[in-house]
Design a protein around this ligand. Structure first.
Ligand code: ATP
Ligand code: MG
Length: 452
């Protein structure tokens, strides 16, 4: 069981924060406070908070707070009084009139519940919805790997929940009270990524006015999540490999080596094995990262989760906006369940949000769905390429596979304005192979549509 004296509580909320501070001043919790949310969220997100207490948030505060909570490993949130609330699963709302003892008890029990999660062998899969065979398999691996220090590589299409699983693994690991540091290797320009990862010394390059630690140092004792690892440059791949193998690295411009104790989880939506084959990704690094593979199945391969997820997002939105929860008509749900969801769970989440805003009345009807949902099923998309096949009545396998290929290629070409090199990259395919397929399928720019 966690030692309550080590539980830190971050307090924010202007004048109210001093009242809360007063209430907590004589208890045995270790308190840290901040005068307002801007100051609070500037605290490095690595402090192993047992709970975060906040009150009287503004709209802007609420979204800053949710970013902060993510950065520091998703501790429970206790909100005192009324006002906007971040969209956050582990939240306890308390009345303004709460007594000091009640607040201390709430902090203690929330923090203990969170830190005890996973310690009793029960995997804490908070916020992760799904009961399909596919998601169970993922959770089973995540559960086994959480207690170890093994390196994990999470692969899967965009929007399948890779980051969510990475967070769950960290939350259920013995490192859960230390930071989970996330870095998106694809979003940071190559020349900056090295200093982001490993830090730099003062004067290491133009603009380096101060020495700065990198994410590896910030993650010491915890987990680093290297997102979109497939986008890393070859040079940096060499440095990362060394950092993983020897658990040490140098800041840019430094000679002294730094040793850290971190667990590495990485993720990609690219086919890394293919990238290795095509010499775009180092084979030795691939094997180092891929010790425990976790493969996120696309949503179309776990259709039974679609209704559960749709309900979950609708409920979440209703909670956030205070509006009544909308229902789905059986026809709408059947159509949604049959749709292929190329953007996976993220696409579903966004669509549900659109429904909650745009649909009048309490029920989402089939007619409220975007046009391509039905046309895809009917097999009459502009390309004549149905993505969904109902195997119950038998299918021509070869033909369906070819149609699916055609659909993917057209989507990639549309996405890249028919720049074939870019489309080939999206498909993880050689440009020459793509050109050959385009010729064989007799695809022309005019044969595309913006649908799908
Ligand atoms: N099983 C799930 N239950 C509830 N929400 C989910 C689930 N899977 C994904 N989501 C939600 O879908 C969105 C996309 O998930 P996430 O960011 O983890 O995907 P990703 O695989 O990392 O995507 P990308 O490759 O684009 O980075 C998030 O808002 C996440 O909370
Ligand atoms: Mg992601």
């Amino acid at each position: 069981m966690a030692d309550t004296r080590m539980i830190k509580v971050l307090i924010s909320g202007g004048l109210e924060s001093s009242l809360l501070m007063g209430m907590l001043s004589n208890c045995d919790l270790k308190i840290e406070s901040a005068p307002d949310m801007t100051a609070a969220t500037e605290v490095p997100g690595d402090s192993g908070y047992g709970a975060v207490v906040a009150s009287h948030l503004s709209e802007g505060d609420a979204s800053a707070l949710s970013g902060f909570l993510k950065r520091c490993g998703e501790p429970p949130l206790i909100l005192v009084g009324k006002g906007p609330a971040p969209d956050y699963a582990d939240t306890l709302h308390l009345d303004e009139g709460i007594s000091a003892d009640e607040l201390v008890d709430a902090c203690r029990s929330m923090a203990l519940a969170a830190s005890g999660a996973g310690a009793d062998g029960v995997f804490d899969s908070r916020g992760l919805v799904g009961q399909s065979e596919g998601i169970r398999r993922v959770l089973n691996v995540a559960n086994k790997v959480a207690s170890t220090d093994s390196t994990v590589l999470i692969t899967g299409e965009s929007g399948t929940g890779k980051e969510l699983i990475a967070r769950a693994i960290h939350r259920n690991s013995p490192r859960r009270n230390a930071p989970l540091v996330v870095i998106n290797c694809g979003a940071i320009p190559g020349e900056l990524l090295e200093s982001e990862l490993f830090g730099h010394e003062k004067g290491a390059f133009t603009g380096a006015h101060r020495a700065r630690p990198g994410r590896f140092e910030l993650a010491d004792g915890g987990t680093i999540f290297l997102d979109e690892i497939g986008d890393m440059s070859p040079d940096l791949q060499v440095k990362l490999l060394r950092a993983i193998q020897e658990k040490c690295f140098e800041r840019v411009g430094a000679t002294r080596s730094i040793h850290v104790d971190i667990r590495i989880i990485s993720a990609t939506n690219k086919d890394l094995a293919l990238a290795v084959e095509q010499k775009r990704f180092r084979e030795d690094l691939y094997y180092r990262l891929n010790v425990i593979p976790v493969i996120m199945p696309p949503l179309r391969e776990r259709r039974s989760d679609i209704p559960l997820l749709a309900e979950h997002f609708m409920e979440k939105l209703a909670r956030r906006t205070g509006m009544e929860k909308k229902q789905f008509s059986p026809e709408a749900m059947t159509t949604m369940t049959a749709y292929d969801w190329p953007g996976n769970v993220r696409e579903l989440e966004n669509l549900v949000e659109r429904f909650s805003v745009l649909v009048d009345g309490n029920t989402v009807e089939k007619e409220d769905l975007p046009d391509h949902f039905s046309s895809e099923l009917a097999g009459d998309t502009a390309q004549g390429v149905p993505l969904y096949c109902d195997v119950r009545h038998g299918v021509n396998f070869q033909e369906s596979v070819e149609q699916h290929q055609k659909s993917l290629i057209l989507q990639a070409l549309n996405e890249s304005n028919w720049v074939k090199a870019k489309a080939a990259e999206l498909l993880n395919m050689k440009r020459t192979t793509l050109v050959e397929k385009i010729k064989k399928m007799k695809l022309e720019e005019s044969s595309t549509s913006s649908a799908v």
